[in-house]
Design a protein around this ligand. Structure first.
Ligand code: ADP
Length: 303
């Protein structure tokens, strides 16, 4: 995969507030790259510098090989930026808005075709204020893509949505990415970061604390899977030996087995069933992104 965005030693100071203190990262073509961090971490500032909407205090940023300051006009043609839905003209229909956005880039489009892929075909004649929260968010992505850009920027795409609309949005984002769209997004939702992002930069106080895949970030703090259950049946440590556990605790009626081997989990359950050992309150636990975040930032996640 080639580098599509390249950020080097970026700093941004607003008056006397240092918002970014020298961050560097690359985004590869075809990935969903996430920036996760608390309010005030510098997420929006980072995106807006890359988008060519703000200018950094120092450092470099290149998008598709174009410099974000001297060649920002080129960048703007090739990126799609999700706007807040409140910023649309209220008297235009969805179809008219899409045509307007495409025409700003000199493109002609079929708005109904686009609305269809966002599950909004029945709303072509509606205005934005007639949409539900989830529909509004989907429409903001449709407008960002009306000129067929190469990179999509999403700033907290599911903030304020109910769980069903949030999950619909996740499917939409995954689908766009599967069809080849490179996506860079910010979020302060752990689950969202874990589910959507191929790689994740954890940003706090203007600095990247860690950058890796969610799986690797989690594995770095602990590779242990802990399976626990209650059983009234007799069970001996030998029962688990074939799974080469790291630790076994048998404190009647509770059994706890720890393993580094994810594949052992279903095998343990199979064996319990095959040998007709009755169990209840089954629980499987592993480290989470929330624990990673807490360990890195020293802050509880405020989701
Ligand atoms: P996030 O998106 O992670 O919430 P921001 O990038 O919006 O963070 O803000 C980072 C820091 O910069 C915060 O301390 C914020 O108050 C400050 N900041 C953001 N925009 C401005 C601005 N236009 N003028 C002054 N300070 C700003």
């Amino acid at each position: 995969m080639d580098r599509i965005i390249s950020v080097t030693n970026l700093t941004k100071t607003y008056k006397n507030t240092p918002a970014l203190k020298g961050i560097s990262f690359n985004v590869k073509r075809g990935e969903i790259f996430g920036i996760l961090g608390p309010n005030g971490a510098g997420k929006t500032t980072t995106l807006e510098i890359i988008e060519g909407l703000r200018v950094q205090t120092s450092g470099q940023c290149a998008v598709l090989g174009y410099d974000n300051i001297s060649e920002s006009a080129e960048i703007k043609k090739k990126i799609g930026v999700q706007l807040q839905s409140s910023k649309y003209f209220n008297h235009l229909s969805l179809a008219e808005l899409l045509e307007l956005f495409a025409s700003l880039y000199g493109k002609k489009i079929n708005p109904v075709e686009i609305l269809k892929s966002f599950d909004l075909e029945g709303k072509a004649a509606a205005t934005v204020k007639e949409l539900s929260g989830g529909q509004k968010q989907r429409f903001t992505i449709a407008t960002a893509l009306a000129h067929n850009p190469e990179i999509l920027f999403l700033d907290e795409p599911t903030t304020g949505l109910d769980p069903k609309a949030r999950h619909d949005m996740w499917q939409l984002i995954k689908g766009l990415n599967r069809s080849g769209m490179t996506i860079i997004m910010t979020t302060h939702y752990m689950e969202e970061a874990e589910f959507l992002c191929h790689r994740l930069a954890i940003l706090d106080n203007g600095q990247i604390l860690k950058l890796d895949s969610p799986q690797s970030l989690i594995a770095e703090i602990s590779k242990i899977y802990k399976i626990s259950f209650f059983t009234e049946d007799k069970i001996s440590p030998d029962f688990f030996a074939e799974f080469q556990p790291k630790k076994i605790v048998l404190e009647y009626p509770k059994a706890i087995v720890e393993t580094e081997n994810f594949a052992a989990l279903p095998k343990i359950l199979n064996k319990l069933q095959k040998e007709k050992i009755r169990y209840s309150f089954l629980n499987v636990k592993s480290a989470t992104l929330e624990e990673v975040y807490l360990q890195l930032t020293g802050k509880e996640y405020e989701g």
